[in-house]
Design a protein around this ligand. Structure first.
Ligand SMILES: C[S@@+](CC[C@H](N)C(=O)[O-])C[C@H]1O[C@@H](n2cnc3c(N)ncnc32)[C@H](O)[C@@H]1O
Length: 278
């Protein structure tokens, strides 16, 4: 029982082959995973919403139903992909991704780190992860994690090369890195935000730049894909658009899956990168 809700263990066939290729299969072919229970996900979401209540302008990523739904899907992807062992969530922010992963993979030892200290960590620790304040550019670990996950962080550190080298140094040989939500240089949403003079990322990335950075830090790039053509952060445009998006987020998500294919995917918001430490 987690959060009062029963979670039924399900057997998951390793879908990782589609991401990692048959020569880089992280772990056994079959493993037990718990589906991310809606109630647990909402419990985690309420804890982080409470932590950002006084800063709603910095909370779109957890207030947007579409964005939260994307986290849930990303975590399910990670949960079915990763082997057993120790996982580091670099730049974990409020701690929701580490906690959601712990909820569906209680076998994993999960550590979340961030330069900022978040009050949500105390309540989220009951879901399993440990949280630590530390700089991603000076991680206090060596060769000890089986995987590193990171959601929307590298572009904010100011030094991508150092970030990736640090991640490489904390992984054991054969370990995996998954980076989510890295801004795409050609994202329609970034271009629109620049034109509208609202918040946008200073650093955005092309495929070539990412491959150069990731390989330069000692990884082999296993797979890269662009995700999310439909933007989730519409609260920056208008409140009514934001409530419309919150109401129809499942339909928007279905439309997004349909739209985010070549050639339109060139303009998607983010990159997801799967890489391995040889
Ligand atoms: C866009 S937020 C993403 C947070 C979280 N991963 C999520 O998806 O909600 C970027 C995070 O990176 C963290 N961050 C930025 N620079 C960092 C650094 N040098 N070391 C560790 N964390 C850093 C910030 O404190 C912030 O929590």
């Amino acid at each position: 029982m987690i959060g009062g809700a029963e979670i039924k263990p399900i057997l998951v066939v390793n879908v990782a082959d589609s991401y990692w290729g048959s020569s880089r299969r992280p772990g056994a072919m079959l493993r037990v995973m718990k589906a991310l229970n809606k109630r647990v996900s909402e419990e985690i979401r309420n804890i982080v919403l409470e932590a950002v209540r006084e800063h709603p302008e910095h909370a779109f990523h957890v207030t947007s139903n579409l964005n939260w739904h994307r986290y849930e899907k990303q975590i399910e992807q990670v949960a079915t992909t990763l082997p057993h062992g120790r996982i580091l969530d670099v730049g974990c922010g409020l701690g929701h991704t580490a906690s959601m992963l712990a909820a569906c993979r209680p076998d994993l030892q999960i550590v979340g780190v961030d330069v900022a200290d978040w009050q949500s960590w105390v309540k989220l620790a009951k879901h399993g992860p440990r949280f630590l304040i530390c700089d991603a550019l000076a991680l206090p670990f060596r060769n000890e994690f089986d995987a590193v996950i990171s959601f929307g962080v590298m572009e904010h550190t100011g030094d991508e090369d150092r970030f990736l080298r640090q991640v490489n140094s904390v992984l054991r040989a054969g370990g995996n890195m998954i980076i989510f939500n890295l801004p795409n240089r050609y994202a329609l949403s970034e271009a629109a935000a620049r034109v509208m003079n609202i918040w946008h990322h200073d650093r955005t990335y092309t495929r070539e730049r990412i491959v150069g950075l990731v390989q330069g830090a000692g990884f082999s790039v296993v797979n890269m894909k662009r995700e999310s053509l439909v933007p989730a952060q519409v609260d920056r445009i208008s409140e009514s658009l934001s409530s419309l998006f919150n109401r129809y987020y499942l339909q928007l998500d279905r439309m997004d899956s349909w739209l985010t294919r070549p050639p339109l995917s060139i303009f998607a918001e983010n990159w997801t990168i799967y890489a391995g430490k040889p």
